[in-house]
Design a protein around this ligand. Structure first.
Ligand code: NAI
Ligand code: A1CAB
Length: 264
């Protein structure tokens, strides 16, 4: 039995992915703070819902999907009900395995995951780290859960906050760039729907080439950038406005914010 505690955006996305991957609704129990939300989860997915404590007692795998700010309260609630052999998988930004281990009975295996919203389309990036009581078997179980909804990789926990900046938040940066490019289309007189179609398809094409050719992005960009042409005129402006440095600083700020979340 898998329990998804705090099935909001990410928890529900994982829940639907796990069902798409062939697990039966009877194998999953979800929890929610509001009864209307619990009813919605039952109706949409056919899963059971329960109180946190009951779900924690009956499931062999607990997925913690609440916001980092709610993690302390959730762990206080379930702490007495988590059996030592239960695998605890945390999806929260910033929250360390040690934070969770300190609040549960000794020896509970914890795996920390940073995933992202493309879980919804089976294109997530999920980055895993083992806590001090989690071994290879636990990492494998977490990988089995997450690999149907996208790519999975392992990193040392010391790099989890960097992964949060690089992949957890990353869909938002790409959406932001798409918004900005559509705004540019509007300035250039393009109808909004046409601008959106052009930008989105270009994003899909560029992402597919990055993944499927395995080429370095510099080489792919050079192939677009004709001597004396249009692309270099745009790139010069991006460089003049310090977009590369802004991106580096933005991701550093995201990493620092992840670090601060565990402190409350
Ligand atoms: N949204 C995103 O793109 C990503 C989010 N994350 C992480 O995933 C976690 C969840 O984020 P979202 O799904 O975006 O948030 P969300 O707010 O949509 O979901 C959290 C859910 O937990 C519920 N909740 C809070 N305390 C509860 C409790 N004690 N018992 C039962 N339910 C409780 C809330 O009512 C809410 O529905 C966060 O820790 C976040 O850092 C990680 C990667 C990407
Ligand atoms: O913004 C956040 O805090 C969460 C974690 C990664 C993506 N969204």
């Amino acid at each position: 039995m898998i329990a998804i505690l705090g099935a909001g955006k990410m928890g529900e996305a994982l829940l639907s992915g796990v069902l798409r991957a062939g697990r039966r609704p009877g194998e999953i129990v979800a929890t929610a703070r509001r009864p209307e939300r619990a009813a919605q989860l039952r109706e949409r997915h056919g899963v059971r819902t329960a109180e946190n404590a009951a779900a924690a007692r009956e499931a062999g795998t607990l997925v913690l999907a609440v916001k980092p700010q709610d993690m302390g309260a959730l762990l206080a609630e379930i702490g007495p009900h988590v059996a030592p052999g239960t695998l605890v998988i945390s999806m929260a930004a910033g929250i360390t395995c040690a934070f969770i281990e300190e609040r549960l009975a000794g020896g509970v295996p914890v795996v920390r995951v940073m995933s992202n919203t493309p879980v919804l389309v089976d294109e997530a990036m999920s980055v895993l780290s083992a806590g001090s009581h989690a071994g290879e078997d636990h990492l494998k179980l977490a990988e089995e859960l997450l690999s149907p909804v996208g790519k999975v990789t392992r990193i040392p926990e010391s790099l989890q906050d960097a992964a949060t900046a690089l992949s957890g938040s990353a869909p938002a940066y790409f959406y932001f760039l798409v918004e900005a490019m559509v705004d540019a289309g509007i300035l250039l007189g393009m109808p909004r729907a046409a601008a959106l179609e052009m930008v989105v398809q270009s994003a899909v094409g560029a992402a597919t080439m990055l993944r499927d050719t395995g080429e370095h992005p510099v080489l792919l960009r050079e192939a677009v950038t004709s001597p004396g042409g249009t692309t270099i005129a745009a790139i010069r402006e991006l460089e003049r406005h310090g977009v590369r440095a802004a991106v580096i600083e933005a991701l550093e700020a995201a990493r620092d914010r992840a670090r601060a979340l565990a402190a409350g």
